[in-house]
Write a protein of this length. Sequence first.
Length: 176
Amino acid sequence: MFLSHSDAVAAFPGGVGTQDELFEVLTLIQTGKANIVPVVLIEGDGGTYWKAWNDYIHHNLLANGWISLEDLHLFYIAPSIASASEHIQQFYKRYHSSRYVKDLLVIRLNKELNKDQMKELNQEFGSLVQSGEIYETEALLPDETDHLDLSRIAFEHNRKHFGILRTLIDRLNSFD
């Protein structure tokens, strides 16, 4: 429940409860059962907790095929609180929020895209599209009632590859 009301998740080194909550968050995002938000793992100076955790993820989960390479995009290991803050602010630079409206994934943007940027998104992220392409749209009334002033893009999402969807959000935020 806490994830549905969160704009970001920050995790600090901890015990079994920390691991349980972190894996629950990652699982919900990975399976599309929760919105994608920045998941930031914050390490103190000289700490090795998240490095050891990341080694485990790579050498066991990824190496055995239990997660995909794209799933590594669902979290960010921040070397400092300042880095964590920058990462979260970057996540919301252009991206505002998203939601499903029937079969469409609608992504709300703080700043609209130009034609070249739309073309790039379609070339880079066509694997996320069930049919058609990524396109600009107005609010899909009456289903959408929030943030009507924001520009939007939409596409028929295949409801797979949420790590790649996270990469699409990063790409949106990289555009000038």
